[in-house]
Design a protein around this ligand. Structure first.
Ligand SMILES: *Cc1c(COP(=O)(O)O)cnc(C)c1O
Length: 437
């Protein structure tokens, strides 16, 4: 009789991991109150009282800003449109280069393209998976206008050296904090350490409003420009005395009162979620300590981590088990997931963004190569090999687990760690080839 489930043995655990339940009685009540008010949105795209939205939108923004000491918080209907708003507010235009990580959700880079900016991909640190001042510096040119930072998986970037570099080269800094709400860097909340940034409120993030996002900034002018882009800027610039018309074409990125009412309740839940994820992360690190070839998350000095997902760096050369086989064998020991959040281990995160057709063919806006055609003498290198650390993470090293998250417990984490140890202990039972799924 074999021990490993993948080889016909008994799985370590079959009882499913409890699925997170995101909406409670308070959210239901908040939604019903808005329904009773019949004001599902109070935005008007013209001058007057209502260009900044209704009471719930304003309350949600004030509450978020006050909780973290941001001067301004500006809600939007997704973080993708929030990123577009931030890029617009930074004055980025055709041919401007913006340095960004290729190891992030695609919108961190496409938001740049929507204004005709050109994403220039820099490599990441092999242990924090974030951009660093060194990797950014290697990509700065006379055309660089901004840096798009992503606090990936929830860990804050090392902001001090990055901000020093940005100031030295007169670059704007946008922070994509989609995965890191409430995270501090040296005591300061991420999001507005740079010029502008913010957070996603989609269903998969720590807290959510179905879809939504929250921009934050400490700069009055940037805040105004974000508010204008969110809501038909072209109709409002005169009323607000805006002289610089750069990117003052607005859109409709407005959050509804229903969503804002949910968000007001959700924000109160965030600290508890962060505390639980950090507790589970510490527990997992203890449970996996000392295993060769398994590197748990490394959190840099001064940075906090929110564990949107929990990253593990895997070395098949040390364990002697190919990554795909290891993932399959560990998951075979664990309950069959009924939902993506119940998956024990996944290999890799996203493919390095520059390998997408969009960048390989350089077709983004229209079909004639805009915005790259704005700089005809510059060669933009999106070839394989251009960010080797990210490529190695993607192809060989990265493992992610969704289990470091509420409402799971330390006992669940013990089972997950035991599954990993079991596979390593009985690796001689593993098949030579990956079995058919
Ligand atoms: C989720 C996410 C986004 C996009 O947020 P939406 O609210 O889904 O539009 C952008 N960047 C990162 C890093 C994300 O994780």
């Amino acid at each position: 009789m074999k021990n490993l489930a993948i080889a016909g043995g008994t799985p370590l655990r079959t009882a499913p991991f409890t699925l997170r339940r995101t909406m409670g009685a308070e959210e239901k009540q908040a939604v019903n109150d808005v329904m009773d008010s019949d004001q599902l949105s109070s935005f008007f795209g013209s001058p007057g009282d209502q260009w900044l939205g209704g009471p719930k939108v304003k309350e949600f923004e004030r509450k978020w800003a006050d909780k973290y000491g941001f001067k301004h918080a500006i809600s939007v209907n997704s973080w993708t449109t929030g990123l577009m708003t931030a890029v617009g507010a930074m004055g980025i235009g055709p041919g401007d280069e913006v340095i960004v990580s290729p190891y992030t959700m695609s919108a961190s880079a496409t938001a740049i393209l929507f204004y005709g900016g050109i994403p220039v991909f820099a490599d990441v640190d092999p242990d924090t998976y974030n951009l660093t001042a060194e990797t950014i510096a290697a990509r700065i040119t006379p055309r660089t206008k901004a840096i798009m930072l992503v606090h990936i998986f929830g860990q804050a970037c090392d902001m001090d050296p990055i901000m020093a570099l940005a100031r030295q080269h007169n670059l704007k800094v946008i922070e994509d904090g989609a995965q890191s709400p409430g995270v501090l860097y040296k005591g300061k909340p991420v999001g507005a350490i740079g010029d502008v940034g913010g957070f996603s409120l989609n269903y998969h993030k720590h807290i959510h409003t179905g879809e939504g996002g929250m921009l934050v900034t400490n700069d009055d002018d940037v805040a105004l420009r974000c508010q204008l882009i969110r809501n038909h800027a072209e109709n409002l610039v005169e009323a607000h005395g805006v002289q610089d018309l750069t990117n003052m074409i607005g859109s409709n990125y407005r959050l509804t009162e229903l969503q804002a009412a949910i968000g007001i309740v959700q924000l109160d839940r965030l600290d508890g979620y962060l505390a639980q994820r950090r507790k589970l992360a510490r527990h997992l690190e203890q449970a996996l300590a000392g295993i060769e070839g398994i590197q748990t998350a490394r959190v840099a000095d001064g940075a906090e981590h929110a564990y949107y997902v929990y990253p593990i760096k895997y070395d098949a050369g040390v364990t002697g088990i190919p990554r795909a086989l290891f993932v399959r064998a560990v998951n075979a020991e664990l309950p069959t997931p009924g939902h993506p959040e119940q998956v024990g281990l996944s290999p890799a995160y996203v493919r390095p963004l520059y390998l997408a057709q969009l960048y390989q063919k350089k077709i983004a806006i229209g079909g004639k190569g805009f915005p790259w055609t704005v700089n005809p003498d510059v060669t933009y290198d999106y070839s394989k090999g251009s960010c080797p650390v990210v490529e190695k993470l993607h192809e060989e090293q990265m493992l992610l687990t969704m289990l470091v998250r509420e409402p799971l417990t330390e006992a669940d984490i013990d089972d997950f760690a035991a599954a990993i140890r079991k596979v390593l202990r009985h690796k001689d039972e593993l098949p030579d080839e990956l079995p058919a799924a």
